[in-house]
Design a protein around this ligand. Sequence first.
Ligand code: F0G
Length: 406
Amino acid sequence: MASEIVKCIECGKEHSTSDIVYTCSGCGNLLEVSLPLRELDTETVRSAFDSRPLGVWRYREMLPEIACGPVSMDEGGTPLHRCSTLSERLGVAELYIKFDGMNPTGSFKDRGMTVGVSKAVDLGVRKVACASTGNTSASLAAYAGLASLRCVVIIPSGQIALGKLSQAMMHGAKVLAVRGNFDDAMELVILAGKELKLYVLNSVNPFRIEGQKTAAMEVCDQLGRAPDTLVIPVGNGGNSAAYWKGFSEYRQVGLTDAVPVIYGIQAEGAAPIARAFERGEERIDPVKEPETVATAIRIGNPANWKKTIRAIKSSGGTSITVTDEEIIEAQKMIARTEGLFVEPAAASSIAGLEKLLERGTVDSDQRIVCVATGHGLKDPDSAIRNSEKPVEIDPDMESLRAALGS
Ligand code: F0G
């Protein structure tokens, strides 16, 4: 049986899966895991998958081999919520939200970490690290704890949501708050990885992407086919690339006939990928001081820009921006019409869909899935800042009546 390898996305150079590499040793480009999928029989994997519960490890034949037994908290298997009210309001035939905020630590990062941290254990490393706008650090801290690994997380000081910071701290990570932004933290963690032999579990780690691609496979299984359109927030660019890999490989193995068009949504003040699409170039101009209320995607120099631009392009889609106001409006609308509390970055996919519909880029007769990447409880400050304040009353009916205006 052919074995799995790690391959450069640019020059194709092959690396062993037992080497610790994040970029090509030949040309410095990003790497991806290449699995011997041709050897899989469609019927056999279909019945194997169907015999297991929905979740990341349901798809183990299409994941890297893990010798140690996975470091897992039953991640994945998140709801694909049918949005009846929202569909009507937006005038679309079929709209779903893939609510990946329902993962163990409240974001899609857990899909990547179960595979990435399992790989870390297989490789025999003792220390793991990441840079993060919050969710990656929360997830890595939890999985590192589960695997008894030491964990260092580097965050932009004062710029990550409180819920996420509290998770990283409570799970026992060493939290370093860098005087700078996420892009500075990212550069630093790559250097620290090399010099201090820390295993880096940002999405430049190709094993993370393998776990994350299972969300696309779940969507196909939950719908009974692939959606026509997938709308997804883009920050560092890992997840959009992971979805495309998931859909493409599912098609390659014969488990879906079609794949969706992918639209990547960025916040107006942190949109190097959307700008590259506007210019029609496969190249980004990094944003020096990225700014958005959606702190999870406040990223000016996305590490995976090449992968995500290629993924979105190959799917036939594009990348657009939404404003902070549009993000908050969408967050409220999802919460108030569908009962789902998603964090601002996650709401950007719905805000983006509204714009895509307005512009006629996406047709209303499509079967649409918006990805909600993180839970609203991650960022209570933003939710409170943008909602009506509680009305303080005395504990009597008079006060209550006055407050209700009745
Ligand atoms: N949505 C949420 C809630 C996120 O936390 C992130 C990324 C994204 C979307 C964007 O995904 O980077 O793969 O394009 N958060 C990272 C972090 C950067 O450190 O938690 P991406």
